[in-house]
Design a protein around this ligand. Structure first.
Ligand code: GLN
Length: 224
């Protein structure tokens, strides 16, 4: 099992935002990579996880469902408190600072300093695959599957580009956030899920020894 670094024996618990999209694939990938993984649909479930994966799917639908399920404020609070994230495709769109070709009311949670264009590869190229070189401990190219993928048109100074295609970033790291415009959960290659467990989650989970933000900030109910 993946364990939090720094002497703690706690098993890393990854939440997968489970409102829409390829949730099952992420749950399976994180479990196979040695983490505990559970679907997140409520604020309570969100409170219980060390880190959150935001899957691929449809960012406008997920955006709407985040609001319907009352998750926007709890999500913003956990993100502001430094919760690590692992995001793919639509999930990466949701976390971006600026979304191009989105709907006017679409959520841009803004933890990633990215300008992201939805469906940026155009209609002719709805899906494609390619081999990427990524800085991974275990050698070998990574087969990347792109499905109606966004194009990252701009990255802020704090964003580290891990891989590019046609001069545009397709894999990035920003602090404890690891984000992709493709789908690492679809090929059975666990190296990126493992990278997240080994790096971002270890650091983020270390910060959890501080009191949880929920004890410092009013909850949804008490703030109403
Ligand atoms: N085109 C989708 C969106 O805009 C993303 C596609 C995907 O996640 N595979 O949200």
């Amino acid at each position: 099992m993946a364990r939090v670094s720094g002497g703690s024996e706690a098993i890393v618990r990854i939440g997968v935002l489970a409102l829409q999209g390829d949730v099952r694939e992420h749950l399976a990938a994180f479990r196979r990579a040695g983490a505990e993984a559970l679907p997140v649909r409520t604020a309570e479930e969100l409170r219980s996880v060390d880190a959150l994966a935001l899957p691929g799917g449809e960012s406008t639908t997920m955006s709407r469902l985040i609001r319907v399920f009352g998750l926007e404020a709890p999500l913003r609070r956990r993100l502001a408190a430094g919760m690590p994230t692992f995001s793919t495709c639509a999930g990466t769109i949701l976390l971006s600072r600026e979304i191009l070709d989105g709907t006017p009311d679409q959520l841009a949670l803004g933890v990633l300093d990215l300008r992201t264009r939805r469906n940026g590869y155009g209609r002719q190229l709805e899906s494609f695959e390619l081999d990427l070189e990524l800085p991974l401990a275990e050698a070998g190219a990574f087969r990347a599957v792109f499905i109606r993928a966004p194009v990252i048109e701009g990255c802020g100074p704090g964003v580290e580009v891990l891989a590019s295609h046609q001069g545009r970033a397709v894999a990035v790291r920003q602090g404890a956030h690891l984000s992709f415009t493709f789908h690492p959960e679809m090929t059975g290659d666990l190296r990126l899920h493992r990278l997240f467990l080994a790096t971002a989650v270890g650091e983020g989970a270390g910060r959890r020894s501080l009191p949880p933000t929920e004890t410092l900030l009013p909850t949804e109910d008490s703030a109403a």
